[in-house]
Design a protein around this ligand. Sequence first.
Ligand SMILES: [Zn+2]
Length: 287
Amino acid sequence: MLVSAKEMLDKAKAGHYAVGQFNINNLEWTKAILQTAQELNSPVILGVSEGAGKYMTGYKTVVGMVNGMLEEMNITVPVALHLDHGSYEACYKCIEAGFSSIMFDGSHYPIAENVEKTKELVAAAHEKGISIEAEVGSIGGEEDGVVGMGECADPQECKMIADLGIDFLAAGIGNIHGKYPANWQGLSFETLDAIQQLTGEMPLVLHGGTGIPEDMIKKAISLGVSKINVNTECQLSFAAATREYIEAGKDQAGKGFDPRKLLAPGAQAIKDTVKAKMEMFGSVGKA
Ligand SMILES: [Zn+2]
């Protein structure tokens, strides 16, 4: 059964580790991530962007697929199904469809409007036992057409949003989505520290986990980051493994064209990526 992400992240914050959010795109992705979490006895958050939700034909399909897998695969570790960077409308759709967690990305609204809408969604989510993440300060890079510049959030605004009753908070600290450019300045630990000083127990979320060096990840966790989002890295490893299979001509040998064979190396690559991240984040054995 899906669970809200609140308890697993409160535990992570208290235990000084982080739970990975891995975005899903289809059945192979979801299966690979769930298998890895179960094998490593780790809690896990399945992230679904609006674009991925649309790709999978809608949120109800996603909920049906994930719930089916939890049962058929005998998954016993805590699993949350989370809307990633949701609009106001998408948040309501996911609450209705049976997600166990949502993120409202109101970072592009003026702060007063972000506050109003967040407050309303907190009430709607909590009424159904669903956890909710909010964001302050845009996160750089591009995700589903939303482009941000990688700014640092204002710690006072973070405190204002944290006080609305949300369960965890995403704050821009110089992180960006996708691959990091060569001239990237790194994470602003000064900002992160200031945010944690003001928000206390609130689990903090680090978006754009692809390619952040391990020492920065560890330091971020020590400063209160309890959820780290990984998306691009699974896509890159899936693509590389699939390319290798085809370039080696394996799809033309025997029944190598069978989709269950063709997609197997990519699925294994996702498993390897997720395993490495769970080990780095310290969530192994914490289910
Ligand atoms: Zn993000």
